[in-house]
Design a protein around this ligand. Structure first.
Ligand SMILES: [Zn+2]
Ligand SMILES: [Zn+2]
Ligand SMILES: [Zn+2]
Length: 257
C-alpha cells in the first residue's frame, strides 16, 4: 500500500532556535534550520497515524493542515515526545463516542497515565477532556491493514521504542541500537535515525555513529532527526553521502507500507 510520511518536527528536545541562544544556526535565515520537536505523521489507505505528541504538536498540525488522527504511537515518555497530548483534543472529539487510541509500551503508558492524570483519572463533569485511551503494546501490532513492529533501542539507561512499518523505520532517540534490533532493520527503503550533533552525548547518537548504522544496514535512503543547533542544514547535508540527509520540518516522503 502507498504511504506518505511527513516530518512534523526534526529538532532536539529544546528545539531550534533554542531559547536565549545567539549561535549562527539559531539565527539562520534558512527555514530548514528551524526545527520543532521530533515527530512524524503517516498517511495510508485514508488513515492517519501520528508518532509522538510533542510540545509543538499544535503548531505542527496547523502547519500541515491535519484534519484527523486515527491512532497515536509513542516512542517513549520523555517530555519532548508527550507534552502535546492535550492538543489532541479537537481531533479526539471526532472519535466520540469512541476514543482515540494511544499505543505505547507498558512502562511508557503508565508514565503517560500518571503525567496526564487529569485526563485518565478524570472526575470532571464539564466535557472538554481529550477523548483518548492508552493501549499498551507488547510486540508487533496491526493498524488499519499495516503492521507496526516496535524496535527496541537504548536511550541512555532506558530501553525505548522505534518502529518499523513496511519499507520504513523511525528511530528517534538512541545512544545504541542492539544487534537484535539491527537485524529487524534490513532491506529498508527509508531509515530515520537520531543524529543530535557531532559531539558524543550519553543518551543520543551522533552524525558519525548514525552514519556507521547506515553503512551497516544499507537502507536506500536515510534521514537524520532529533537535531540540535550544532548542525547547520545546508553545510551538514553537503558533508553527507548522497543517500543520507538531515530531515527537516515539513519534509514529505512516499514509501510502501
Ligand atoms: Zn527526544
Ligand atoms: Zn543556538
Ligand atoms: Zn528521549
Amino acid at each position: 500500500m502507498k504511504a506518505t510520511l511527513t516530518v512534523l518536527g526534526s529538532g532536539t528536545s529544546m528545539g531550534v532556535p533554542t531559547i536565549g541562544c545567539d549561535c549562527a544556526v539559531c539565527h539562520s535565515s534558512d527555514p530548514h534550520d528551524r526545527r520543532t520537536r521530533p515527530s512524524i505523521l503517516l498517511e495510508y489507505g485514508g488513515k492517519t497515524v501520528l508518532i509522538d505528541t510533542t510540545p509543538d504538536f499544535r503548531e505542527q498540525a496547523i502547519r500541515e493542515h491535519v484534519r484527523k488522527i486515527d491512532a497515536v504511537l509513542y516512542t517513549h515518555s520523555h517530555a519532548d515526545h508527550i507534552l502535546g497530548l492535550d492538543d489532541l483534543r479537537p481531533l479526539s472529539f471526532r472519535h466520540k463516542p469512541n476514543k482515540l487510541p494511544l499505543y505505547a509500551r507498558p512502562q511508557a503508558a503508565d508514565f503517560i497515565r500518571s503525567t496526564f492524570r487529569y485526563i485518565f483519572d478524570a472526575d470532571y463533569k464539564f466535557g472538554g477532556l481529550a477523548q483518548v485511551e492508552l493501549k499498551p503494546f507488547q510486540g508487533p501490532f496491526e493498524l488499519f491493514g499495516a503492521s507496526f513492529e516496535p524496535i527496541t533501542v537504548i536511550h541512555g539507561e532506558s530501553e525505548i521504542d522505534g518502529f518499523r512499518f513496511g519499507g520504513a523505520a523511525y528511530l528517534t532517540d538512541h545512544s545504541d541500537v542492539p544487534e537484535a534490533s539491527l537485524k529487524k532493520l534490513e532491506n529498508l527503503d527509508i531509515l530515520f535515525l537520531d543524529a543530535l550533533r557531532h559531539t558524543p552525548h550519553p543518551t543520543h547518537s551522533t552524525v558519525e555513529k548514525s552514519l556507521r548504522i547506515v553503512e551497516r544496514l544499507k537502507p536506500k535512503r536515510a534521514f537524520f532527526t532529533h537535531i540540535c543547533h550544532d548542525l547547520p542544514h545546508e553545510a551538514t547535508n553537503a558533508s553527507l553521502p548522497p543517500n543520507v540527509r538531515l530531515s527537516y520540518d515539513g519534509m514529505k516522503l512516499e514509501f510502501e507500507i
